[in-house]
Design a protein around this ligand. Structure first.
Ligand SMILES: Cc1cc2nc3c(=O)[nH]c(=O)nc-3n(C[C@H](O)[C@H](O)[C@H](O)COP(=O)(O)OP(=O)(O)OC[C@H]3O[C@@H](n4cnc5c(N)ncnc54)[C@H](O)[C@@H]3O)c2cc1C
Length: 308
């Protein structure tokens, strides 16, 4: 049995969707923790969940196991992330067929990052160079798969210019992608400008803002490291508070305010990078913000048999 596509969910939406991003644990104990975390998060009822992809060997198997666990526990539809890293076109085709055979109908199509310490991405022999090529491959093999792609409100670090990056984003949509999920950002003005520029560049697909709470200066630095997100001075000061609980509260408060403002500005959905932690979505501040926006839980798909 298959679940709805994100394209369908967004088209039918009466309210903005809530989606949660997970990553695959690497040990049996990690999977137990994830299972318990999902159990506690059940009342939140996200409209869909996504789970990242680690390229190669066993890491790849952890992704498949995590997608299966999420589906088994009723967190559906699952959006499976897939990257071009270290894979030939044939390897990728095999992964796409396997994902499709498991009942999943949503893939986040990504290029992936260069290996640590390198600044340029080199495709595997007979591999794909850009996410747009992966979108085209997925759509050619299984046109019923809905594809999400990454968007960068503060420009991808390897792009020559914001305009170039937007042209490349449009190429992913022209290849058949259905929606955009953004890199995290801390300043909503940056997101609104990005959406305006994307629309001016002819991008009409839904753009889902991605948000992550930060609880400490170290976490903030890590997030800036891979996102290059601008940090408003007030946020930096607040999460730098010497009391860890106060700092964590400030980070959550900041994200809750971002969400309320985004909802008021009619975004199609909110995507939360929760790093497998139920603490974020169950935090009373966030719960209050979610209740205000969603009222009674919206989803009905959690009562259905999950895929696969
Ligand atoms: C929502 C989200 C989820 C993610 N999930 C994962 C994950 O699960 N696993 C993982 O490993 N990584 C993940 N990433 C990180 C992602 O793999 C990296 O950001 C990667 O560096 C770029 O991937 P992309 O799909 O955006 O690449 P692309 O869209 O291919 O773009 C990469 C760079 O190439 C440029 N470019 C694109 N097309 C062309 C062209 N034709 N000519 C010249 N330049 C071009 C772009 O402007 C950009 O600078 C995620 C990122 C986001 C935002």
């Amino acid at each position: 049995m298959t679940t709805p596509t994100i394209r369908e969910l967004l088209a039918e939406r009466r309210q903005p969707t809530l989606s949660l991003e997970f990553y695959p644990p690497r040990t049996p104990a990690g999977f137990d923790l994830l299972r318990r975390s999902i159990e506690r998060m059940r009342p939140v009822q996200p409209e869909f969940v996504t789970c990242t992809y680690g390229a190669g060997g066993t890491t790849r198997e952890f992704s498949f196991a995590a997608w299966e666990l999420l589906a088994e526990m009723g967190f559906t539809p699952v959006v499976a992330h897939l990257t071009c890293v270290g894979a030939s076109r044939d390897d990728l085709a095999a992964q796409i067929h396997r994902i499709h055979a498991s009942g999943i109908r949503n893939i986040m199509a990504l290029r992936g990052d260069p290996p640590r310490g390198e600044t340029t991405f080199t495709p595997a022999p007979d591999g794909l160079a850009y996410a747009a090529d992966l979108v085209a491959l997925i759509k050619s093999l299984h046109p019923d798969i809905c594809c999400g792609v990454a968007g960068y409100p503060e420009t991808h670090p390897e792009a020559a210019s914001p305009a170039d990056d937007l042209r490349h984003l449009k190429a992913k949509l022209d290849a058949g992608a259905d929606f955009v999920n953004t890199q995290l950002f801390f300043d909503n003005a940056v997101f609104y400008r990005f959406v305006e520029d994307a629309r001016a560049a002819g991008i009409t697909a839904p753009i889902l803002p991605g948000l992550m709470p930060v609880a400490s200066p170290a976490q903030l630095e890590r997030a800036i490291g891979y996102s290059r997100a601008t940090v408003p001075p007030a946020l930096r000061e607040a999460v730098g508070h010497p009391d860890p609980d106060t700092a964590r509260d400030a980070g959550l408060q900041w994200m809750a305010a971002q969400i309320c403002d985004l909802i008021a500005n009619d975004v199609p959905g909110i995507h939360l990078y929760i790093l497998n932690s139920d603490r974020t979505v169950l935090d009373p501040r966030l719960a209050a913000c979610l209740a205000q926006w969603r009222g009674a839980p919206l989803s009905t798909n959690h009562t259905e048999r999950p895929d696969p």
